[in-house]
Design a protein around this ligand. Structure first.
Ligand code: CTP
Length: 394
């Protein structure tokens, strides 16, 4: 399938610098992006940096004759699947409302027959001005959709509505507007990710080195296929991937409950490094140091989430996948886990060095037909492989 194409019009304003990150995210999400910089935008972002990130020519001037022979403004505005204006300044919104066509950006907005998404950014008083609010209402009637603006501190020192939405939020709005590859449209996926934290007292607890990156990469990838993705996440320092619903939990028991609250689902992927044990009693007060040279903590078994989902009598998902993080005897342990947990496949990875917390992962998938090495050595490659595998299994 051809990648989706975005025409990104960058308006002038201090927030224009965020458009570079947006270009990067659009490309990373597998879409093509062609960039138009208004004259004012070029005061904040150079055509060279936008071209380097987009990997394509950047358009700035309506009367550039080379462009008119190579590609007229009508073509430029119609070859896209979606036109995105970010930041959309008060001036660009006003021009678009009036149907003016006195520069490249406004001409493209008038000439396009494609959906338009605007991410406004301006001073709070300009945003609340009756003229801007009138333009906003008219643009909505004309079918333009909006993301933001957000509330916060402004570059001008004031506080209020008018900040450009974060690039991740704009990307989520883009995906929401033009849809996804669609291979997993209508499917619900529940994924566990990250470590669990098992409290000993209100300030202490037991956890592990899982960063959550592998589970987050899978969540992001499956959301791109159009699935409804719920990411049940232990404590990690990662942003929520675009289009993913995240449920934050701490302990294994909380994770178990949150996963079950999301069933039924079509697909379950257990990536979390769930603690097998928890302290039998978590003290309600902070524990004080005693004179004893040793301390004993009694642990009790945590529920096994993957096994419970795999063996769920009424609501077993069609595809259930687990992970086996091992430091040795990878294949034997993977076979034992596939059998005992009752899942459809186990992704076995060696975590003896450099996997926890890094972008790398080298793994092999075990199912009833045997072992398949997963090509590539990154967490993204594992996510890509699983996206394919799941589609074939459904
Ligand atoms: N898992 C789970 N709930 C648990 C323990 C593990 O859902 N209480 C899932 C993990 O998310 C992973 C798989 O089971 O998908 C294997 O986890 P791992 O920790 O490697 O295996 P364990 O069953 O805990 O076995 P061991 O610690 O002996 O290797």
């Amino acid at each position: 399938m051809d990648p989706k194409r975005i025409l990104l019009i960058v308006g002038g304003g201090i927030a224009a610098y965020k458009s570079l990150e947006l270009i990067r995210l659009i490309k990373k999400a597998g879409m093509d992006v062609r960039v138009v910089l208004t004259r004012a935008a070029q005061e904040f972002v150079t055509p060279l940096s936008a071209a380097a990130l987009s990997g394509d020519k950047v358009y700035t001037d309506l009367f550039d004759l080379t462009d008119e022979t190579e590609m007229g403004h009508i073509m430029l505005s119609r070859q896209a699947d979606l036109v995105v204006v970010a930041p959309a300044t008060a001036d660009l919104m006003a021009k678009a409302t009036q149907g003016m066509a006195n520069d490249l950006a406004s001409t493209l907005l008038l000439a396009t027959d494609k959906p338009v998404l605007m991410a406004p950014a301006m001073n709070v008083r300009m945003w609340h001005h009756a003229a801007t609010q009138r333009n906003l209402a008219q643009l909505k009637v004309d079918g333009v959709s909006f993301v933001g603006p957000e509330e916060g501190d402004m570059a001008c020192g004031e506080f209020g509505l008018g900040r450009l939405s974060e690039p991740e939020a704009i990307l989520a709005a883009i995906l929401g507007r033009i849809g996804h590859s669609g291979a997993l449209n209508g499917r619900k996926v529940v994924i566990t990710a990250g470590p669990t934290f098992e409290p000993l007292d209100p300030v202490r607890g037991l956890t592990n080195r899982s960063s959550g990156r592998q589970g987050y990469a899978i969540a992001e990838r499956l959301a791109r296929e159009g699935a409804e993705v719920v990411l049940v996440s232990g404590p990690v320092a990662l942003p929520t991937p675009p289009g993913v619903r995240r449920v934050d939990v701490e302990s294994a028991q909380d994770m178990f409950d949150a996963v079950h609250a999301e069933l039924p689902a079509d697909i379950f992927v257990g990536v979390a490094a769930v603690a097998d044990w928890r302290p039998k009693e978590a003290a309600t007060e902070k524990q004080k140091k005693t004179a004893e040279p040793e301390m004993t903590v009694t642990f009790v078994k945590n529920p096994d989430i993957l096994e419970a989902v795999s063996k769920h009598l009424e609501m077993r998902p069609r595809v259930v996948i687990g992970f086996a993080a091992e430091t040795g005897s990878l294949e034997d342990y993977a076979k034992a886990k596939l059998a005992s947990k009752g899942c459809d496949a186990i992704v076995a990875n060696n975590v003896s060095e450099g996997v926890f917390g890094s972008a790398h992962n080298s793994a092999t998938l075990l199912d009833l037909s045997g072992f398949t090495p997963i090509p590539g050595d990154t967490k993204t490659a594992v996510a890509d492989f699983l996206a394919d595998y799941i589609q074939k299994k459904l």
